[in-house]
Write a protein that binds this ligand. Sequence first.
Ligand SMILES: CC(C)(COP(=O)(O)OP(=O)(O)OC[C@H]1O[C@@H](n2cnc3c(N)ncnc32)[C@H](O)[C@@H]1OP(=O)(O)O)[C@@H](O)C(=O)NCCC(=O)NCCS
Length: 198
Amino acid sequence: MEIILREPALPIIRTRRLVIRDIEVKDISPEYVAWLNNPEVNKFLEVRFVEQTHRSVEDYIIAKLKDTRSSKHFGVYDKGGERLIGTVTLPSIKWKHLSSDLSFVIGHPDAQGKGYATEAVHGVAYYCFKHCGLVKLWAGYYDGHTGSAKVLAKNGFKEEGRLVKELVDYTGKRVDHVLVGLLADDFVPDEKLLGSGA
Ligand SMILES: CC(C)(COP(=O)(O)OP(=O)(O)OC[C@H]1O[C@@H](n2cnc3c(N)ncnc32)[C@H](O)[C@@H]1OP(=O)(O)O)[C@@H](O)C(=O)NCCC(=O)NCCS
């Protein structure tokens, strides 16, 4: 585990197999835009409601690079930090409350099912609690989305509530919005995910 702080830019977080850092305009690959539009990837994401283009992704990335305080949009890279395979985002940090929501995607088809989402969320949670001083992280997912539920549970997030039938899923069915949370005191760094030195 290594964290290179670079404020005001996002840090570089190295976990066992991944590099987690900002996404620069040069990192926006056709694969990245494609997976945002891929119904298999975006069916549980709000991004599915708006067709993405290189231009719209670039505008979003530039806005995120300009303000790394109120939100943090991390790219997740494998292959020694070369290939962008996903993102972990703190969309709206509440500094007055030292809390934030968290969301994640491992969108590159070759990168799913390898434990990368679990590892990337662990690395970002470590950074949030140990370096940013955040005390609470929470996330929400569509009821029945086993992948998200497992990634969050493996990171120690516990169900805290649900907004009954708050969301419409990709089949048109109303489903619960499950809310899970994790306190800094309950976070247990795992060297198997972070690599040695955590
Ligand atoms: C869901 C997602 C993040 C999982 O990423 P991943 O890197 O493949 O996840 P991991 O390999 O860390 O898997 C963790 C566990 O979840 C399980 N899992 C992952 N995706 C799953 C799926 N689609 N269905 C059922 N189980 C799944 C894995 O089998 C593993 O279980 P195990 O520990 O019992 O073996 C990824 O497929 C994705 O980004 N999907 C689209 C976007 C999305 O839904 N994001 C979450 C929004 S809250």
